[in-house]
Design a protein around this ligand. Structure first.
Ligand code: M6R
Length: 612
């Protein structure tokens, strides 16, 4: 994963790099480092842990210089340590490299280089790049980088500096994001827009197998084969404001509370009122002919976005009668998928940079399938590689645990199902309009779920169960997907083992785990499967398990059957996932808070998983 940044210009570079790394920290935070070129020397500062430790080190050292590279790391090869932190250099400290991605076959390359006399000082795959550039360097840095890139396999976004070229950064990308920020007599590079948005809004996105040579005044882009590319910068309007905590203890809590607004924004981006009929309608950009040709839909995604896919399958199959399968992106391309030109593939990703999801859609393209991206980050790799992108307008999601992106994904997937159903003649305009009105009402229901009374209750339950070692989450129908999501939220930020299971499957194994120490969160909402869920609750209680029920407002009877009840508003059956997930997000947040965990940046994780 990792994030990289760089600057060349006339200002002091260290604070610029450190500020950018702060924004990139969501991509990895086990170590960070910068390299600054000054007075014919490259000074490298690296520290284990978060960017704040690096900031302290850089301030102590009073690092000076006007050109440099920075990196924040999520360990793939080699444990988190100062030695394995980037930037990495060649044998003589003349070349430095920052790298995001994975170099395939780096062990073999390393052996060859060692036999040729190169001395390695880290366990990373990235260091190979510094030594390869050293090997191929013959006075022209960009030629050397191009030669290396033609001879390696793997993924990279890369920044390179050489002592002999004091005003030059050479950068490149392949399957890891990289963009160039254009300033006035200064230029920037970054893995992500927001990291340099306070410096410039003029952005050039590099494509796969492209490289750029940057000086303070010039940007020269070419393919790694040396073909010149003329590309104009985009003007990016995104605001940085949303990237602040605004008084909340954590981004995650802020993002949970932002959900009503984020959903409203997402709805407004796609819903229209017909002036004549007064009916509400939605347009996702499909035309009727295109829909006639869709034989099946395949959703590819990971983690929380995969859970959104599970719920989308229900929306699409029930409303549009088109068969849907939901695949783990990490498996998809190894499964010889049964897809073709009549398959619509939907890639769901908050970041649009998840390596597995990108690989899955690239695979689908080979079969001629049409690719739709459902994405939150404008300009991300997924959005640029898909045939079309439908954006969620959740705003920047900084907390590693996905919350508002998930509910916005569900909202948009529901609208997508309505649009398909209408154009597929499964629903008429009146029915679609009524459904849209219902989902518009969901923001008020979510606001209600975020009431102080509810928060107090959830905080109380969190205190009671925060020391539990295991949790089980059970649900049926879409409640099963929400059970998976609730369990994922809890384990990733509180480090408590939590398992999401289909309630009907409990008796086929997991019931053996139940005893008085096992809290079981049960999605017990009113609906077709309610009686079955009550039977599961009885089975848990008969074995002394502790039941925390997520129940429908007004269901007073459930109090007697369970240990704790958290109520959510009674909403349309398609909308229950949107309200049911809110208490689970809060429960995991407050449990992690109780346990003093690093809520926004849990250990071993990163916001975007940009490696396979
Ligand atoms: O950016 P994406 O939606 O593609 O990310 C997919 C997963 O990595 C992500 O949802 C992950 O599971 C979250 N940390 C869950 O909260």
């Amino acid at each position: 994963m990792c994030g990289i940044t760089g600057y060349v210009g006339s200002r002091q570079v260290a604070p610029i790099l450190v500020e950018a790394l702060g924004y990139l920290e969501y991509r990895g935070y086990d170590s960070a480092g910068i390299a600054v070129l000054h007075d014919n020397k490259i000074d490298i500062s690296r520290s284990i842990g978060k960017v704040s430790s690096l900031k302290f080190l850089v301030q102590q050292k009073k690092v000076e210089g006007q050109i440099g590279l920075g990196h924040t790391r999520w360990a793939t090869h080699g444990q988190p340590s100062e030695k394995n932190a980037h930037p990495h250099s060649d044998c003589h400290g003349k070349i430095v490299v920052v790298h995001n991605g994975i170099i395939d076959g780096h062990m073999e390359l390393k052996k060859v280089l060692e036999n040729e006399g190169h001395i390695f000082s880290s366990q990373t795959d990235s260091e190979v790049l510094a030594h390869l550039i050293e090997k191929y360097y013959d006075g022209d840095l960009s030629v050397a980088v191009g030669k290396v890139l033609k001879n390696i396999l793997g993924s990279y976004s890369l920044g390179v500096m050489h002592v002999d070229h004091p005003g030059l950064l050479v950068v490149a990308r392949h399957q890891s994001p990289l963009l160039v920020g254009c300033g006035d007599n200064e230029n920037f590079i970054s893995s992500d827009i927001r990291a340099i948005l306070s410096q410039t809004r003029r952005i050039i996105f590099l494509e796969d197998q492209e490289m750029a040579s940057l000086t303070a005044k010039d940007i020269h882009i070419e393919t790694i084969d040396g073909k010149k590319i003329d590309r104009k910068p985009h003007f990016v309007e995104e605001s940085l404001e949303q990237s602040e905590k605004n008084g909340y203890d954590h981004f995650m809590l802020k993002e949970i509370f932002e959900q009503p607004t984020a959903i409203k924004r997402t709805l407004e981006s796609r819903v229209f009122e017909d002036k004549k009929s007064g009916l509400l309608s939605v347009d996702m950009g499909f035309d009727e002919e295109e829909i006639k040709n869709i034989k099946n839909i395949v959703i590819v995604s990971c983690g929380t976005s995969w859970h959104a896919g599970l719920i989308a399958r229900r929306y699409i199959e029930k409303l549009c009668k088109i068969p849907v399968s939901v695949e783990y992106a990490a498996e998809f391309r190894y499964n010889e998928p049964l897809i073709d030109r009549k398959t619509l593939v939907i890639g769901i990703s908050q970041s649009g940079e998840t390596a597995d999801t990108l690989a899955a859609i690239r695979e689908a393209k080979k079969y001629g399938s049409r690719i739709i991206a459902l994405c939150n980050v404008v300009g991300s790799s997924l959005s640029r590689e898909a045939d079309r992108t439908i954006y969620t307008y959740a705003g920047p999601e900084i907390g590693v645990a996905s919350t508002k992106a998930f509910t916005c994904q569900l909202t948009l997937l529901y609208l997508l199902a309505l649009d398909l159903a209408y154009k597929n003649k499964q629903m008429d305009g009146d029915e679609v309009s009524k459904c849209i009105m219902k989902i518009q009402g969901i923001t008020a229901s979510i606001e209600k779920s975020l009431s102080t009374e509810n928060l107090d209750k959830i905080k109380h339950i969190s205190c009671k169960y925060s020391q539990s070692r295991n949790f089980l989450y059970l649900g049926r129908g879409s409640g099963f997907a929400i059970a998976l999501e609730g369990a994922l939220k809890l384990k990733e930020i509180s480090y408590i083992h939590a398992e999401g299971y289909h309630a009907g499957e409990m008796k086929h194994g997991p019931i053996a785990l139940i005893d008085k120490n096992m809290p079981v969160v049960v999605l017990a909402l009113k609906g077709r499967r309610y009686d079955k869920i009550l039977a599961n609750i009885a089975e848990i209680k008969a074995r002394d398990g502790k039941v925390i029920a997520i129940a429908t407002e007004g269901d007073d009877a459930i109090v007697e059957l369970t240990d704790e009840v958290i109520y959510v508003p009674d909403v349309d059956r398609f909308m229950t996932p949107l309200v049911a997930v809110i208490p689970l997000q809060l429960l995991s947040y407050y449990i992690a808070f109780q346990r003093n965990c690093d809520v926004d940046q849990p250990r071993n994780l990163a916001k975007s998983v940009t490696v396979e």
